[in-house]
Design a protein around this ligand. Structure first.
Ligand SMILES: [Fe+2]
Length: 273
């Protein structure tokens, strides 16, 4: 704990492959994640907990998840993993569906309670589809988690964006039933923020007093407000949240200092999806 505040780190969209030499649009995703984790490990800021918000293994391979677990295991805090549209949900659950412990600091729960805060990890993944959707069962769970939160502050994580990112190609893949999510969120006052990955870019906004955040990828970045697919010229990044016991929340994005090489000639998302 840092001065009674929780320091939460969000990392997202690693897009690892079974082969550590594999590239996504010309970028080695293993090396890129490795650089991000090294930077975090050697930095001044120490996380109390870490959320990995989906698209963790691009090809959904067992070898990819095993390597990911090893890499994330080097971090000095529990890492809570959630699936994205590129993941194999079942494989992720089979490997990491357990409680984090001193022995295993990488796990995949759907709720975390810590120091006055409740983090709800919401599943938006539809097997075989790129877009997001929250099942009736998951919406019901959300209501229950909010209802039983007592006086805890709430932070909701999901993979897909529930509001448009402003890029037509990306917004065809947003949460299709986001209104159902917001209907529930609007009726519970302690929801402080909703955060996601998927869009490979940083965003900050607000809706009815609930703060909204997206987090960059640890590999390739998508150009903001671009109608068509385009990569952005920004380095891999991650997001910090400082969570106060009174519900106060501060957030900022950090990035690697150097822009890694990748293939900017691609004119559509074929190489990504
Ligand atoms: Fe992604």
């Amino acid at each position: 704990m840092n001065n009674n505040k929780l320091s939460l780190l969000q990392i997202s969209d690693f897009h690892l492959f079974s082969d550590p030499r594999a590239e996504l649009m010309g970028l080695n995703t293993h090396d890129s994640l490795d650089s991000v984790l090294s930077h975090i490990r050697s930095g001044n800021r120490k996380p109390d907990l870490i959320i990995a918000s989906g698209d963790l293994v691009h090809d959904g391979s067992s070898a990819g998840y095993q390597r990911m677990e090893k890499m994330l295991g080097s971090l000095p805090a529990p890492v809570y993993c959630m699936p994205g549209n590129h993941d194999d949900k079942q494989r992720l659950r089979d490997l990491l569906g357990r409680q984090c412990s001193d022995r295993h600091n990488v796990c995949a729960p759907n709720r975390v309670d810590l120091d006055g805060w409740r983090l709800i990890l919401l599943d938006t993944v539809v097997n075989g589809e790129k877009y997001g959707h929250i099942s009736t069962q998951e919406l019901h769970r959300l209501e229950q988690e909010l209802d039983s939160a007592a006086d805890r502050q709430i932070l909701i994580f999901l993979h897909h964006q529930p509001v448009p990112a402003g890029s037509a190609w990306l917004d065809s893949m947003q949460v299709k039933n986001a209104e159902a999510l917001f209907d529930i969120v609007d009726s519970f006052s302690p929801v402080r923020a909703i955060a996601w990955g998927h869009v490979h870019q940083a965003f900050e906004g607000e809706r009815n007093g609930v703060r909204l955040f997206s987090t960059p990828s640890t590999c390739i970045q998508f150009a903001p407000a671009s109608e068509r697919f385009a990569l952005d010229q920004t380095p891999p990044g991650w997001r910090w949240f400082e969570l106060g016991p009174d519900g106060r929340l501060d957030s900022d994005v950090e990035r690697l200092q150097t822009l890694p090489q990748c293939d900017h000639s691609a004119e559509d998302a074929q190489g990504y999806s």
